[in-house]
Design a protein around this ligand. Structure first.
Ligand code: CO
Length: 152
């Protein structure tokens, strides 16, 4: 089911989200809905607070694989990159953000089992951007310079 995406300015986007402790059908539905909502909006990442759910849940798909992160933690970063970033909660704007070039993440999947990912370039940016959302941090807080959106 497609869910409504909250926009910048909504106070829910500034909350710190709670750890998931129950791995039930409801969590699976949330993850499926988030993935569907992200795809419909043509995005590559979505965090649960963006659909008004204050839980530490993220979906990412940069075109290679569908990644689901529950209670994600960044375990290592190295390198740096400066690339334009956007957000489904702020369509039509993009800005340059400094991010690590490489990111390692540990998390749980929808069944509560441990998973690990490593990402570089776009995927590294997505991990950082989405995990920031879980702490009420928006990329606009980190923009070095705003850029023209390719889509106008
Ligand atoms: Co975002």
């Amino acid at each position: 089911m497609i869910r409504e995406i909250l926009k910048f300015g909504d106070p829910l986007l500034r909350e710190r989200c709670a750890e998931v402790t129950v791995f039930d059908k409801e969590l699976g539905v949330l993850l499926d809905d988030m993935y569907e909502t992200m795809k419909k909006a043509d995005g590559i990442g979505l965090a649960a607070p963006q659909v008004g759910v204050l839980k530490r849940v993220v979906v990412i798909d940069t075109g290679k694989e569908r990644i689901e992160l529950v209670n994600p933690v960044i375990t290592a970063v190295w390198g740096k990159q400066y690339e334009p970033e956007g957000c489904l909660s702020c369509v039509g704007k993009r800005g340059i953000v400094k991010r690590p070039m490489h990111v390692r993440v540990k998390a749980l999947n929808r069944f509560g089992r441990s998973v690990k990912y490593r990402g570089k370039e776009l995927l590294a940016r997505a991990f950082c951007h989405e995990i920031d959302h879980l702490n009420g941090i928006l990329y606009e807080d980190k923009v070095i310079e705003w850029v023209e959106d390719e889509k106008g």
